[in-house]
Design a protein around this ligand. Structure first.
Ligand code: ATP
Ligand code: MG
Length: 566
């Protein structure tokens, strides 16, 4: 793909890829992979990795990106997660074509390669207990101790390894370790485990295996077997790179391809955790209503909230790729969304906190069809019909009996324009004699004001409204951030997170009114409710049932303003 003049400078990974193409390091190939562990749902951090891996591949002719399930830990993996990962990657707009792979698909080959390592003196079966292993590893300042089993002969290790595979030993009795250097300053190089015994059923291979490779052993070899050129991962794997290279060096003769690992910084987002373990805890504890709760930073949660794939891709591009960790502002994500929705979301009207208004100048059975554009700038989005009737709803806060000076909406004796309709004047405020609460307003409309204000009139305010007789009820769910602190990841120690949760993260408004035309709006459809923000029909809305809307995002960045004002 050619880059235009305005293209931002290449990030450091794209620079490496470009340089490798120039030098011919991989014979002109660009092959990446997105390697999720199927132990949870994908989140916004994964989106960064997906956009990077699929993006880099798409930018080069013949470039490919594989989807590879890194399924080496059957205890934590589930089919539900595999399915959700496929759905989410596709939803985000990427296609692995026929290249869906599993680490488990390479188990036999990985096993054979491990035998090669043993035969060549690079690995041995160690029979220390877990406790002994921990003690012999040393610390960052002290070297580790060599295992007494390190000097086992090739024949003995090979025999034990085969019997491990045959299921002769219980979990935890033996492991296969690389023979590297117990004095290495890099803990990952202190004879790391390559295989462990685990009598567990695997979602892909069933009972075929009772020993499983470690991530470090499997990942580099899967990369090599798939002909990956650039194995892109997050910075916590930087210290694992020497091991990645060590394994590939030792098995060079067995492999056709030689990938390279390159690390970039993880995405973290304000007011959000992006650790699957923590997200899992939120789900299990019931703080949220599942992985796709609209407050979750999972792709399924963001989708349910009304986030669009285009907005998330734009966000990932703006965040960029570097080695510097930074906690990205939530406002950036929300702005990307607003920009997309402003262009594409049809407009509609809804009243969330209704106050009844009787238009006394309109007959009781009057129903007048008014036309309203679906988008103020895009005529191609068409128009819809609103019904002008004697009784309508307005937002309770759009009327004020004793208004402050700047109040531009409806006041006793004052006039206001009803969006897409007429100018009305408030003639009477009807109250409950006992409590004094405002029950309804009596207004009259000026029929001459349907499309324009007469010149002699000063009407400052425009408010939204919905017919009381030609509308539907709806529920609206308002969200705030799930956490009260911008850095919940740091603040969340152990399993004690309850104090970090925002008690107002969900508010349900159950007496809202929407235009009649939205009665059957399909789940997932997103509207701008004029003056209120963007709202998405909840995925759980059944056909024919009352609509439930999730508030996606406000019209303006009120949050950033609040913060600046502090
Ligand atoms: P978690 O800590 O949430 O469990 P993980 O790294 O174990 O994350 P994987 O399923 O292994 O999750 O991730 C698949 C790919 O996505 C990996 O290459 C990983 O580096 C990348 N990834 C995961 N989290 C992030 C993030 N926050 N930012 C960028 N990339 C990420
Ligand atoms: Mg991982």
């Amino acid at each position: 793909m050619s880059r235009s003049e305005e293209s931002p400078p290449l990030d450091f990974i794209r620079q490496i890829v470009a340089a490798d193409l120039v030098s011919g390091k991989y014979g002109g190939r660009v092959v990446t992979r997105f390697p999720p562990e199927p132990n949870g749902f994908l989140h916004i951090g994964h989106a960064k990795s997906i956009c990077l891996n699929f993006g880099v591949a798409a930018e080069h002719p013949g470039g490919r990106c594989n989807l590879r399930f890194d399924d080496t830990n059957p205890l934590k993996e589930e089919d539900l997660y595999l399915q959700s990962i496929r759905t989410d990657v596709r939803w985000l707009g990427f296609d692995w074509e026929e290249r869906q792979f599993y680490a488990s698909g390479y188990f036999e080959r990985l096993y054979q390669l491990a035998e090669r390592l043993i035969e060549n003196g690079h690995a041995y079966v160690c029979s220390l207990s877990a406790e002994e292993l921990r003690h012999s590893r040393g610390t960052l300042t002290q070297p580790g101790r060599e295992s007494p089993y390190r000097t086992r002969s090739v024949a003995v290790s090979l025999d034990l390894f085969r019997r491990m595979r045959a299921g002769e030993f219980p979990d935890g009795t033996h492991i296969l370790r690389a023979r590297i250097d117990m004095a290495s300053p890099n803990m990952n190089m202190r004879d790391p485990a390559l295989y462990r015994i685990l009598h567990a059923n695997h979602h892909q291979t069933g009972d075929q295996w009772c020993l499983y490779p470690t991530y470090d052993y499997a990942h580099c070899l899967c990369d090599a077997m798939e002909g990956i050129t650039h194995s892109l991962c997050t910075l916590e794997f930087e210290d694992h790179r020497p091991l990645y290279d060590w394994i590939l060096d030792r098995l060079q003769a067995e492999l056709t391809y030689r990938p390279q690992q390159i690390e970039f910084s993880r995405l973290t987002l304000e007011y959000t955790v992006v650790s699957k373990r923590k997200l899992n805890t939120l789900v299990k504890s019931g703080v949220v209503d599942g992985w796709d709760d609209p407050r979750m930073p999972t792709l399924s949660g963001l989708r349910r909230r009304g986030y669009t794939p285009a907005a998330i891709r734009d966000f990932c591009q703006r965040v960029g790729i570097s080695k510097t960790p930074n906690n990205v502002e939530l406002a950036l994500l929300e702005n990307c969304l607003r920009e997309d929705l402003d262009k594409h979301a049809p407009r509609a009207m809804a009243v969330l906190d209704p106050l009844r208004v009787v238009i006394t100048s309109v007959a009781a059975d009057h129903v007048e069809a008014l036309t309203a554009a679906n988008h103020p700038q895009n005529a191609a989005m068409g128009s819809r019909t609103l019904f002008w009737t004697r009784e309508i709803w307005i937002e309770r806060e759009d009327f004020c009996e004793n208004p402050p000076k700047q109040f531009k909406r409806l006041v006793p004796g004052g006039e206001v324009r009803l969006r897409h309709a007429y100018v009305v004047r408030c003639d009477a405020v009807i109250k409950d004699p006992a409590s004094g609460a405002i029950l309804e307003l009596h207004c009259s409309h000026d029929p001459a004001t349907l499309h324009a204000n007469p010149v002699d009139r000063k009407v400052k305010g425009v408010i939204h409204w919905v017919s009381a007789t030609r509308s539907c009820r709806a529920e609206v769910r308002h969200y705030e951030t799930l956490f009260t602190t911008p850095n919940p990841d740091e603040a969340w120690q152990g399993d004690d997170f309850a104090a970090l949760i925002n008690p107002n993260s969900l508010q349900v408004l159950s007496n809202c009114h929407i235009e009649e035309g939205l009665r059957d709006a399909p789940p997932g459809s997103i509207f701008q409710f004029e003056r209120l923000g963007y709202f998405c029909v909840d995925a759980g809305c059944a056909a024919g049932a009352e609509r439930v809307f999730n508030r996606t995002v406000g019209l303006r960045d009120s949050w950033a303003k609040v913060q600046q004002g502090r």
